[in-house]
Design a protein around this ligand. Structure first.
Ligand SMILES: [Zn+2]
Ligand SMILES: [Zn+2]
Length: 107
């Protein structure tokens, strides 16, 4: 029996030598170093930056991406255990997001 779950907006995964990751860190953006299998488990909808591939790197750096406020846009990506098709913009299910109080005019 599968239980439906929510997906948070997708993280972006970098390799430890990625120039983007290095410049993000230089700007004070926190990146979380994790073992690749742990990333895959924790962030099944995570996106790979062009520097990273799940089968090639043993470790990655997880960037929490701040997506601009947007309306849910249904994509063709459907996870069997997701409460709804993933959003085309952020790859999340939005239910969690939409419970947050957004400033007026965002939606
Ligand atoms: Zn990268
Ligand atoms: Zn979205």
């Amino acid at each position: 029996m599968t239980e439906k779950r929510e997906y948070s907006p997708a993280v972006l995964v970098h390799s430890e030598s990625c120039p983007d990751a290095i410049s993000l860190r230089a700007r004070g953006v926190g990146l979380i170093p994790m073992a690749t299998p742990a990333i895959a488990q924790a962030y099944p909808n995570g996106r790979m930056h062009n520097c990273f591939h799940f089968t090639l790197q043993a470790r990655g750096l997880v960037e929490t991406v701040q997506y601009p406020p947007h309306a849910y846009e249904e994509s063709s990506v459907i996870y069997p255990n997701a409460s709804m098709p993933l959003c085309a913009v952020c790859m999340g299910t939005h239910s969690a997001l939409d419970r947050l109080i957004l400033p007026p005019g965002v939606r």
